[in-house]
Design a protein around this ligand. Structure first.
Ligand code: ZN
Length: 158
């Protein structure tokens, strides 16, 4: 169930994705929110420099491992413009983070890239729960994923 607070955090993820696009990077953005609803960390894709592992969800997992207790991590929520890839799903699960809410699913993103004529990604677009079956996830979110699609269309049209 996605509520208004969830949508507000997803809106921030879309802003970060747009900032990534404006900086010449892939349009993905994510935020880490603690149990009190405070944003603790946020980032966007930084793969344009050549390191394709610089996904915001991976950065969040590392930041959380370094700065939060196990209890705080389990009670935190990660919001993201696009569903975690398998690498980030694994990192999220390994560090024991809590719920994930995504605006668009990996299946949607994969379908859009095919529609736009982009080559397939080198990693399968598995759903998060295929990689980490114990995680609680919500998404995709109607009213937001169309905006994510448009960001990806603009990215691939450059
Ligand atoms: Zn990833």
């Amino acid at each position: 169930m996605v509520d208004d607070a969830d949508r507000a955090h997803l809106r921030r993820c879309l802003e970060l994705a747009r900032a990534a696009l404006d900086a010449g990077d892939e349009p993905f953005g994510s935020v880490l929110v603690d149990a009190r609803g405070q944003v603790r960390f946020e980032d966007h894709n930084r793969v344009a420099g050549g390191d394709a592992t610089r996904h915001p969800e991976f950065e969040i997992a590392r930041w959380a491992a370094a700065h939060l207790t196990a209890e705080e991590r389990a009670a935190a929520t990660v919001y993201t413009s696009g569903e975690h890839c398998p690498m980030c799903s694994a990192a999220h699960a390994w560090v024991g983070l809590g719920r994930i809410v995504y605006a668009s699913s990996a299946a949607q993103t994969s379908r859009w890239y095919a529609e736009f004529g982009a080559p397939p990604a080198p990693v399968r677009p598995l759903p998060i729960t295929e990689v980490a079956p114990g995680l609680v996830v919500d998404g995709p979110v109607a009213g937001l994923y169309d905006e994510v699609r448009e960001l990806h269309r603009r990215f691939l049209a450059r």
